[in-house]
Design a protein around this ligand. Structure first.
Ligand code: NDP
Length: 588
């Protein structure tokens, strides 16, 4: 247990030094997009693209994105009485991140009873405490079927342009498949971490072996499935690049099945205990309706700083709630800064001690220890990852001193002067951070008078509650901007879908043709966000680089509602019942 002032000072200095040697010039610019000459990395390996005639009809609502955000919105729109709902996704089916990510070992590390939405409505009980990816994907499909969302769905289709027609009070939606159709309402829910990214390693294009990104796992090459059994790797030397939350789940399987595995690490993850097990049948026996809501609320309350008499989930997320609050929700802890730092050190010391307990070679153990504060990077959980480095066929290659992999040749991955000959390179290098395609420019949105939403946001986001903007009627978006954030982001999406469903339902009920915030409401909300935005800048700027802190160059403010999700959801409920709705419904 760390307690003395000098021990704390030493650790702070160590954290700073480890951070400094990882700061890279170029920040996010160090990565390559999976487009153009690297577009084949983004190709759908799971569903064949089928040619079809362009669609030119009219629907009541279009939902862009078939992950949980889109599905939950589709379900709530259906319950609000919307008849024709068109779901659109670039993937070949529903599931969002669970459609794309099918790598061996994939699981969700948030407990399934709070992560998997609409369990009671769909009548499903998760088999495992932490669900495998395929179970979650199938649940997404079940939600789509339960709420009849396949009916007008367009898959392998990307919405590229939205244009508001003020006379008709509806949107013209254009896609990359030549579709041009009309829609009264449009909801954007295309996710935050969707575009796979590749490291900008010199020579990556010259490598002649096999390569793919974890979000497009090539089972044709590896054999096996999400449960493992990668039998075709038995005679292969495989490189896994990256050691984030994805790699922590992938590495045990590749280590078990490949002839040799090289893990190229730049920054080690925190790897805490997983302790997965089948769902206890007694857990849900005789539960009253509303049990899932109760568990979700309990989890969100605890991890975002509220008070709960009991901890219904009782896992490593709730045990480290104090450390997450400041960073994710913005809610303040009842602990002082100093107490928080001590709690952080105790957690991190536990994680580092576990590395020593599990990894037999002390030199390898030293490399696997993370030296930063707990929430600097996405925490991970595994009871197999660290153990994999005890295998004789697994080599950890630490690249921190070289800022990552130095270069690639036709046959090898090179770090400094050392060349590692491999047959296959698996990029577990994560995703670009984006908002519904708008910020990356892949979706053009033209509101009233042809105004581009990008211009409307040129000097900062302008929305009411994060959902919609003045001049862009009947257009809603999901996401954390001007809204809420939490580790169980599906819970946030759930509340967003309820809110959008309620607004569209009110419009239908009252015959309103437009829903749109006034300029004044938008100004007032921007001022609220500015006033109470939580400042995690200092925390972030002391962190090791990663996508959480814009690769070591953190933004000065969070864009989410500072008092946190519990307060925000209450604010929305009050707004809905206390006349807020009347101010955004327009009939002319
Ligand atoms: P991450 O962005 O978290 O990790 C990318 C990894 O690639 C890092 O270890 C990074 O190192 C490394 N890397 C990047 N460039 C290089 C390079 N040039 N040389 C060597 N290494 C390099 O991506 P993940 O796919 O692991 O995770 C993304 C997110 O997906 C998670 O944060 C989480 O939100 C979600 N996820 C959730 C899961 C769940 O159970 N709910 C499971 C898996 C993922 P460095 O750290 O130094 O930048």
């Amino acid at each position: 247990m760390v307690s003395t002032t000098s021990e704390i000072a030493d650790l702070r200095a160590r954290y700073r030094a480890e951070r400094d040697r990882r700061i890279r010039p170029g920040g996010g610019g160090q990565y390559r997009q999976t487009t153009g000459e690297f577009g084949y990395y983004a190709k759908d390996p799971y569903t064949e693209r089928v040619e079809r005639e362009p669609v030119t009809d009219r629907v009541e609502a279009t939902v862009v994105g078939g992950g949980f955000g889109g599905l939950l919105t589709g379900a709530r729109l259906r319950q609000a009485g919307v008849q024709d709902i068109r779901m659109v996704d670039e993937a070949g089916d529903f599931g969002g991140t669970w459609y794309w990510n099918r790598y061996p070992g994939i699981h969700c590390d948030i407990e399934a009873t709070v992560y998997m939405p609409l369990l009671e409505e769909v009548g499903y009980v998760p088999k495992w405490r932490y669900a495998p990816g395929e179970e979650i994907r199938q649940h997404a499909v079940a939600i789509a079927k339960r709420f009849d969302l396949y009916q007008h769905a367009l898959f392998h289709t990307k919405v590229v342009d939205l244009r508001w027609d003020d006379d008709a009070a509806e949107w013209t939606v254009t896609t990359d498949r030549g579709d041009v159709f009309r829609s009264r309402f449009v909801v954007l829910s295309s996710g935050l971490l969707t575009q796979a990214k590749l490291p900008g390693i010199p020579g990556v294009e010259t490598f002649r072996g096999h390569t793919f990104h974890t979000s497009r796992w090539d089972y044709g090459y590896t054999g096996g499935d999400q449960n493992g059994g990668l039998h075709r790797l038995a005679d292969k030397r495989v490189a896994v690049v990256g050691t984030g939350a994805t790699a922590v789940q992938v590495v045990p399987h590749v280590g078990r099945d490949a002839k040799h595995l090289y893990v190229f690490q730049r920054t080690p993850s925190t790897v805490d205990v997983r302790d997965n097990r089948p769902t206890d049948p007694a857990l849900l026996d005789g539960q009253r309706p509303g049990w899932q809501r109760e568990r979700m609320d309990n989890f969100l309350t605890i991890v975002s700083g509220g008070h709960a008499d009991v901890d219904l989930i009782g896992d490593r997320w709730t045990a480290t709630a104090n450390l997450q609050r400041m960073f994710l929700s913005g809610t303040r802890s009842e602990l002082t800064e100093e107490q928080l730092e001590l709690a952080d050190l105790a957690t991190m010391n536990g994680i580092r001690a576990r590395v020593d307990e599990v990894v037999t070679d002390p030199a390898v153990a030293a490399l696997l220890k993370p030296w930063y504060r707990y929430m600097c990077k996405r925490p991970t959980f595994s009871d197999e990852y660290l153990q994999t480095f005890n295998r004789p066929n697994v080599t950890l290659v630490d690249t921190a001193d070289h800022g990552g992999i130095t270069r690639m040749t036709e046959t090898a991955v090179v770090v400094g002067d050392d060349e590692y000959e491999v047959d296959c390179v698996v990029f577990a290098t994560g995703f670009e951070v984006g908002i519904s395609g708008i910020l990356s420019g892949t979706l053009q949105v033209h509101g009233r008078g042809g105004q581009n939403i990008f211009d409307h946001w040129a000097h900062g986001f302008r929305t009411l509650h994060g959902f919609f903007s003045h001049g862009f009627p009947n257009l809603f978006q999901l996401g954390p901007v001007h809204n809420a954030n939490a580790v169980n982001f599906v819970h946030i999406l759930h509340e967003q879908a309820i809110h959008i469903g309620a607004m569209v339902g009110a419009a239908l009920e009252r015959g309103a043709r437009r829903i749109e915030p006034s300029r004044e409401a938008e100004d007032a909300w921007a001022a609220t966000i500015d006033r109470c935005a939580h400042d995690s800048f200092r925390f972030q700027s002391e962190c090791t680089p990663g996508y959480y802190n814009n690769e070591g160059d953190p933004l000065p403010m969070s864009f989410s509602f500072g008092p946190g999700p519990i307060a925000f959801h209450q604010l929305l409920r009050t707004w809905r019942t206390d006349g807020g709705m009347e101010q955004v419904l327009w009939n002319e």
